[in-house]
Write a protein that binds this ligand. Structure first.
Ligand code: NAD
Length: 447
């Protein structure tokens, strides 16, 4: 099957490459000439483990092409995927659909024969109706079926997620699209990935409801972590204890500095706006958004508190900046609020991230970046683990103890155990786990 994918970012590039790997002939299109030029030279515009090899293999096999020429690719395609960005609209938090609609117009002008136009971007309920209206208005002759097929991949595990999804959701209004979409995903279907067909508006909502639920789950355990700190319980044990219940499940119960990334913040906000517009507000999600926003900033206050309350003129080194490991994506990363909060309190900030430093330079200022954890730790008053990259899971604490000014280690991802860190002479502060001082204070209070 011939497929065109419009938008070659995280989702478009991964989807297009995986479709090619299934054996389809795929053209990935982007309006960013530099991105296409780089891809044609084998240079990846994003960091995603395994992607470069998959792109190289499928390009060599002649099944994967990159171009800025939408017209030629769309006119030959049986299925056209729209995978452009849907960022938060400035000012009101609604999803900005201008990129999606612009592509719909371009596609309408260039389709030949029956074509399935698939929205893979995350779009609010009713966008498929509008895409269809735009296509019919732009080209009344166009023979298209507009489909919703939201993407659930996670950055950092995108290829695995795409090839072994929990489910594939396809929203159709025109029965002719069913056969085409079944053919597109046949290799996964044979792999037993459930292909769930729904109405188009339902499919659009499934994506938002999934992300909102996951954001709420993270926020729930983050609040439980705060309570654990107050009462002397251990959030990891609580998460384990509740997660073993099949009705709850153990995933997305890792307490931390708040969710970030290119999806949860904008998608929760857009869902809240959609719900308000339809007079059916989602109070749980509104609260989730508010709690998470406050939490990111609260992490800076937590660091300041751990440093004794006054950080003016003192130096903090951050390990990790991206919103999660294995990506270079800095969008809405908690690290941004942490850097700003620390700088506002008068601290100097240093940082190292294995892949995110270039992207970070665009969103934080006055940060001294270093090439590894030890170079930034030299002479600092506190070392803070912000993103749980594997490279930070076995730090050389004796070496850190020698080079740091003050031996304070703050672990915002609960990667380490207190006993290990304390053995090396460090003071250890983590999230939602008993602090020696708190445990002592609580037992004194109880006596
Ligand atoms: P991105 O910003 O990485 O990529 C979008 C690409 O579209 C860019 O390369 C841009 O140049 C290109 N583009 C914009 N307008 C274009 C046009 N008119 N013609 C051709 N190309 C154009 O975005 P992304 O992270 O891949 O997200 C895309 C969509 O997928 C969003 O709706 C997002 O919410 C959703 N999504 C993202 C993820 C994720 O993990 N990033 C996961 C699931 C769903």
């Amino acid at each position: 099957m011939r497929i065109a994918v419009v938008g070659s970012g995280y989702v478009g590039l991964v989807s297009g490459t995986c479709f090619a790997d299934f054996g389809h002939v795929v053209t990935c299109i982007d309006s960013d000439e530099a991105k296409i030029e780089a891809l044609n030279k084998g240079v990846m515009p994003i960091y995603e483990p395994g992607l470069d090899h998959l792109v190289a293999n499928n390009t060599a096999a002649g099944r994967l092409l990159f171009t800025t020429d939408l017209a030629a690719a769309v006119s030959q395609a049986e299925a056209v995927f729209i995978a452009v960005g849907t960022p938060s609209r400035r000012g009101d938090g609604h999803a900005d659909l201008s990129y999606v609609y612009a592509v719909a117009r371009d596609v309408a002008r260039n389709v030949k024969g029956f074509t399935v136009v698939v929205t893979k971007s995350t779009v609010p309920v009713g966008t498929g109706d509008e895409v269809e209206r735009i296509i019919r208005e732009t080209n009344p002759e166009a023979d298209v079926a507009v489909v919703s097929n939201p993407e659930f991949l996670r950055e950092g595990a995108a290829i695995e997620d795409f090839k072994r999804p929990d489910r594939i959701v396809v929203g159709i209004e025109d029965e002719r699209a069913r056969a085409v979409m079944t053919e597109v995903y046949r290799p996964l279907y044979l792999n037993k990935a459930p292909l769930v067909f729904t109405a188009r508006r339902t499919s659009e909502l499934i994506k938002y409801a999934s992300n909102a639920f996951l954001a709420m789950k993270i926020t729930f355990i983050n609040e439980i972590a705060d309570l654990c700190e107050a009462v002397g319980s251990n959030v990891q044990d609580v998460a384990h204890g509740i997660g073993l219940d099949n009705r709850i499940g153990g995933k997305f119960l890792h307490a931390g500095p708040g969710y970030g990334g290119s999806c949860f913040p904008k998608d929760t906000l857009a869902l809240v706006k959609t719900a308000q517009d339809h007079g059916s507000p989602l109070r749980l999600i509104e609260t989730t958004v508010a709690i998470n926003d406050q939490r990111k900033r609260a992490m800076a206050r937590k660091i300041v508190r751990a440093m004794g309350g006054d950080v003016r003129g003192r130096t903090v080194a951050l390990l990790g900046l991206t919103f999660k490991p294995n990506t270079d994506d800095m969008r809405e990363s908690p690290a941004i609020s942490i850097v700003q909060g620390l700088q506002d309190a008068g601290a100097r900030v240093r940082a190292y991230d294995p892949e995110g430093m270039e992207a970070a330079k665009a969103v934080v200022s006055d940060v001294a970046f270093g090439p590894d954890p030890y170079s930034i730790a030299e002479g600092v008053d506190a070392l803070v683990l912000v993103t749980e990259w594997d490279a930070f899971r076995a730090l050389d604490f004796p070496r850190l103890r020698l080079i740091m000014n003050d031996s304070l280690f703050i672990d915002l991802r609960n990667v380490y155990r207190r006993e290990l860190i304390a053995r090396h002479g460090f003071r250890y502060v983590s999230i939602g786990r008993p602090d020696e001082d708190i445990t002592a204070a609580l037992s004194t209070a109880a006596e």
